[in-house]
Write a protein that binds this ligand. Sequence first.
Ligand SMILES: O=c1ccn([C@H]2C[C@H](O)[C@@H](CO)O2)c(=O)[nH]1
Ligand SMILES: [Zn+2]
Length: 136
Amino acid sequence: MDYKELVEIAQKAKENAYVPYSNFRVGAALLTSDNKVFTGCNIENASFGGTNCAERTALFKAISEGYKDFKMIAITSDSDSLTFPCGICRQVLSEFGLNMEIIVANKNSEYKIYKLYELLPFAFTQEDLEGRNVNE
Ligand SMILES: O=c1ccn([C@H]2C[C@H](O)[C@@H](CO)O2)c(=O)[nH]1
Ligand SMILES: [Zn+2]
């Protein structure tokens, strides 16, 4: 599974986006450490706040199926710009490892790769709860 292939799977996942309010379709494809792929799309809600992003849809599908070790996640939309995960998704993804690779793509499947720790420096983690944040 290479980066490009995962981006193409995310493009396909975008087709199921439920976006009556923003009309902004997002797709994600999450690769587990044993090379299984979980896809996700954004799912909007009339309350707005009940909306779930594509990244969290993919992550929650994986977690609920018993997977919690991930190599990378590809994210795309219909935009000419690269689609970066929102702050909530960065935080939620960080629970499962700041070393995860984040592949941000545009509608033409051009992409860049970051590590989650680059997108979420000084992350709040379990260690903060235990009083030993490494950033201190
Ligand atoms: O990385 C992102 C950014 C936004 N959205 C969704 C939420 C909402 O449905 C729409 C507009 O913000 O895009 C995602 O799914 N992932
Ligand atoms: Zn998000």
